[in-house]
Design a protein around this ligand. Sequence first.
Ligand SMILES: [Zn+2]
Length: 110
Amino acid sequence: MPDKKNSKKKYLKKGRTHGQKVKLVRGKTAKRQCSICGNPLEGVPHGATKSGVRKLSKTQKKPSVPFGGILCNKCRTITSEEAAKIISGKKIEEIDLRFMPFVQAILKRL
Ligand SMILES: [Zn+2]
C-alpha cells in the first residue's frame, strides 16, 4: 500500500482549467514570513510553483545579506545594532528574548 504522506495529493490543490472544469493543480508557494515579527519578507519568490522556484538562481531565491530570507529589514537592523551594543558593554540579559538567538549567531561569527 502506498504511503499517504508521500502521495502526490499532498501538494495538489483544487483548481480550474481553462475549460472551467475542476481539476487538481499544483499549489503555489506561499509568502515567507519574518521569524521574529511575522511580516512578509521581501526579495523572496512567492506565487510560483515549487519547480519554478527550484529553477531560479541563488540570488533570486533570497537576498545575500546576513539572515536574508529569515528576518525582515527592520528586525535585521535591530539585531545587528544589539550585537554592536553588546560588544561595547551592554549586558546580554537586557536584550529582547526574540532577538537573542540571532544576536548570539552574529557574536559567534566575530
Ligand atoms: Zn521582522
